[in-house]
Design a protein around this ligand. Sequence first.
Ligand SMILES: Nc1nc2c(c(=O)[nH]1)N[C@H]1C(S)=C(S)[C@@H](COP(=O)(O)O)O[C@H]1N2
Ligand SMILES: [Mo]
Length: 488
Amino acid sequence: MTVDFPAWLRAAHWINVFFLGFLIRAGIQILGAYPRLYWNDNSTPGTEWLTFATRPIPTDRPWTALEQERDVSAWLGQPGGNNLGLGRHWHFSAATFWVLNGVVYVMLLVVSGEWQRLIPTSWSIFPDAWQSALTYASLHVPSASPGMPYDPLQQLAYAAVVFLLAPFLILTGAAQSPGIEAQFPRYGRLFGGRQGARSLHFLGLLAFVAFIVVHTFLVVVTGFSRNMGDIILGQHQADQGAAVVIGLALIASMLATYALTSWGSRRWPRTTQHALGRVIRPTMRALAVRTRSRQHYPASSISPQLLVNGEPPDTPEYAQLAADGFADWRLEVGGLVETPLSLTLDDLRGMPGQTQITKHHCIQGWCGIAEWGGVPLGAILDACRPLPAARFLVFHSYQLDRSGRPFYEAVDIALARHPQTILADRMNGQALPVPHGAPLRLRVETELGFKMVKWLRRVDFVADYRDIGAGEGGSREDNMYYEQAVGI
Ligand SMILES: Nc1nc2c(c(=O)[nH]1)N[C@H]1C(S)=C(S)[C@@H](COP(=O)(O)O)O[C@H]1N2
Ligand SMILES: [Mo]
């Protein structure tokens, strides 16, 4: 066997490096949105095993989880700053192409027979790798295996990265998805829940970074121009000088791309949201809209305290409603419906109710489990009878968002009939507390928390959301560049 590297393998290597760079950078960006890691799904303050937080959690006043977001340097994060929405767009867009490239690469490995140089076929790889390790430990470079471009320890490390570490990152990434976890709660448990998966995903990142550092170091010390000949031109007999120049230019252009796309994202966030949205929307939508929540956590798993996001409305109107125990509060249901409704709390409580114990997935990364009680949204649909043109439900809140406009979110009508989509007026057996959305909030259990509008005022059935607010499908989409349908 020659030690040539076929062109497809070299291309796959560099495509992999390119998207991995985005994944790591954007992953760090996402971590900055809630820089605390846990092994429990309550995200209870003080129980984190690792934190990069810059702000202590206040103990003398109510606080919201968004206060915990921190700025990330653009040297590390994609795109840098306080940019969870764009970071997620980059992370999932890059993941899409990274996985595609990986699948093509593995298929070609198999059909070309090239896998024999990567996957160990004899147990002797372990003692041989140990010998290599001892050689490295004595500060010498071991010789490559016969007919192979690298020594047994390197082979073992490459095989582990391709066939163990990469799949592990995909699996722990998927386990953080509200859609996937809602439909397959047992899958989430495999990794110790969402926080377990998130912590493991982070450790996987560290493992990848460690691999990259050691790999790069070895590429340099075992003969940089020779190795560049292999991975750029396919063989080390080739013009090594040219290979080094091309290789360094390639790496420089990748770094320049990260810098330019980060700068461009922050300069034109809306354009970035739209462009990358086209890449990730089909998957996002499918997970949010097509999956079904089948969550039935035991009462014993209810979190001692569910974190809060969004500050309660501070308008005189809401204060008045709350002072009267919401006796004068109404939920207005209108728009593209046959029968507009105006429902009191008693009307809602008179309808057949439902309770469910589910996990709340905040886009920032934290989560918690609570019991929610209320009316299935399907019952409201039966009562108001949406017109055929209605495609989205727009939930409006009494609370004002950052732009000073009422907080709203648009939800696909297909979600309204999901068995666990409810309007909740109860939490953990009590009337819904004000911080959690009194008197009524939405629960849509296959999506991220920000879709679940609290302090509800009105539900409108619409054909399109583009003429509402900034037109992105919700306050968070408008102001923070989140995605409209969020199953991940
Ligand atoms: N009106 C309104 N609803 C809202 C928010 C908000 O800021 N305003 N925050 C959302 C976010 S980001 C999350 S994670 C959940 C938090 O619900 P909780 O406070 O009950 O945990 O509410 C969602 N509903
Ligand atoms: Mo959230």
